[in-house]
Design a protein around this ligand. Structure first.
Ligand code: S3P
Length: 450
């Protein structure tokens, strides 16, 4: 688990061209869901390409605590022997989800309609994050939750012994909330309906259908209306986890800002609910192309080629694109610093309740490194300085947030003076091979402060 060990300061220095291929790890969202749905199926689910980051490993441990058998072969293939919908056992101890909001919120949903009690905790970052957004809709099933003030972890969930199905309109654009309600709906009789006004990542819907649940999405004037029929027998699957577009964002963005770069990032899932960053970068004038476009496992996949882009322009990012790139705003703000003109990001208040307040964390670090940033409750503007004109030289605080730490490492690859972070240890939650992979492309990231 991150944030409980010794902090790992890191420094990134201006580097020569980044070149070569970047094989990024498996998708974090799909990895969590593979383990959880595997644990709720009857029989053995086999998973290859699973992200072996701390967040997902914490979910694997949790699934064991709820009674599933979870094992890893030496070659990295994972096997999950599921206990069936409604078959979770009561854990003998507290479930520690580490840094992972996705892990804790999805697992709370998955156990909420079984007659068992579980207590959840996490690291200092997770224990600050709001859980009422999940426990409010779970209460409609008959689930009880007792946590700290403000609906924070540690929190005990008492599953509903006699759950009723619900109809719930998700008040914030959140795939975690949507997914928690759908997973709870699995063990409620009848139909559970979830309505979302803005489309968020739809991996839960796609994977539930793959596991044999009856689930349908209708696009209406109300938004996306998702209807799930409860108490299916989920059938075990063979899952090949695609590579994570949110991790691909780092080598892609680094290549755009480091002169002379040409990087290929193969096999990246371009599910439209995830790919917003890449279209935004193209709108900014990035030399970013999708090669070898194809479909794999029902999802669009491509090899991304990113080259140094001398003429990046600031743009107004369409707010309706926010959900499809919500985890990518930190690294986008780094690219924006090297563009000319303002990059305006609106409709992004969800950024304030991620692993850190990502607007505050990025604004503070960018300002310390000589970039002007304006911000308000649900918007921020980065005032681009153009290539060769971003000073750097400061140490940024990562606030136990992997994407903040990696974004500042990318910043330092093209600033005049080095950029440091106080603690790069959270990178291991989602991208454990980040330093080695970026180093092999030509980046100069070292452990220690400047
Ligand atoms: C995720 C949903 C998003 C995202 C997170 C992963 C998921 O969170 O930020 O990294 O796998 O469902 P929200 O649902 O809070 O937007």
């Amino acid at each position: 688990m991150s944030g409980h060990g010794t902090p790992i300061p890191m420094t990134s220095r201006k580097c020569g061209p980044l070149t070569g291929e970047a094989h990024v790890p498996g998708d974090k969202s799909i990895s969590h869901r593979s383990l959880i749905l595997g644990a709720m199926a009857v029989g053995e689910t086999v998973i290859t390409g699973l992200l072996e980051g701390e967040d997902v490993l914490d979910t694997a441990k949790a699934m064991r605590a709820f009674g599933a058998e979870v094992a890893r072969d030496e070659d990295g293939t994972w096997h999950v022997h599921g206990v069936g919908v409604g078959g979770f056992a009561e854990p003998g101890n507290v479930i520690d989800c580490g840094n992972s909001g996705t892990g804790v919120r999805l697992i709370m949903g998955a156990m909420a309609t079984s007659p068992i009690t579980a207590t959840f905790t996490g690291d200092a970052s997770l224990n600050k994050r709001p859980m009422a957004r999940v426990t409010d809709p779970l209460a409609l099933f008959g689930t009880q939750a007792v946590g700290r003030a403000g609906g924070r972890l540690p929190m005990t969930i008492v599953g509903a012994a006699d759950p009723v199905p619900v109809r719930y309109e998700v008040p914030v654009p959140s795939a975690q909330v949507k997914s928690a309600v759908l997973l709870a709906g699995l063990n409620a009789p009848g139909q559970t309906v979830v309505i979302e006004k803005e489309a968020t990542r739809d991996h839960t819907e796609r994977m539930l259908a793959g596991f044999g649940a009856e689930i349908a999405t209708e696009v209406t004037d109300e938004g996306r209306v998702i209807t799930l029929t409860g108490r299916p027998e989920l059938k075990p699957q063979t899952i090949v986890v695609p590579r994570d577009p949110s991790s691909a964002a780092f080598p892609v963005c680094a290549a755009l800002i480091v002169p002379g770069s040409d990087v290929l990032v193969p096999n990246i899932g371009l599910n439209p609910t995830r790919a917003g960053l890449f279209y935004t970068l193209q709108d900014m004038g990035a030399d970013l192309t999708f090669e070898n476009m194809r479909e794999e496992g029902g999802e669009p996949v491509a090899d991304l080629r990113a080259k140094f882009s001398p003429d990046l322009k600031g743009i107004e990012v369409p707010p309706e694109r926010a959900a499809s790139m919500i985890d990518e705003y930190p690294v986008l703000s780094v690219v924006a610093a090297f563009a000319t003109g303002d990059t305006v990001m609106r409709g992004v208040k969800e950024l304030r309740v991620k692993e850190s307040d990502r607007i505050e964390a990025m604004a503070a670090g960018l300002r310390a490194n000589g970039v002007e940033v304006e911000d308000g409750p649900d918007w921020w503007i980065v005032k681009g300085r153009g290539h060769g004109n971003v000073p750097g030289g400061a140490t940024c605080v990562s606030h136990l947030d992997h994407r903040i730490a990696m974004s500042f490492m990318v910043l330092g690859m093209a600033t005049e003076a080095p950029v440091s972070v106080d603690d790069g240890s959270p990178i291991a939650t989602s991208f454990p091979i980040f330093e080695g992979l970026m180093g092999a492309l030509g980046a100069r990231i070292e452990r220690g402060s400047q």
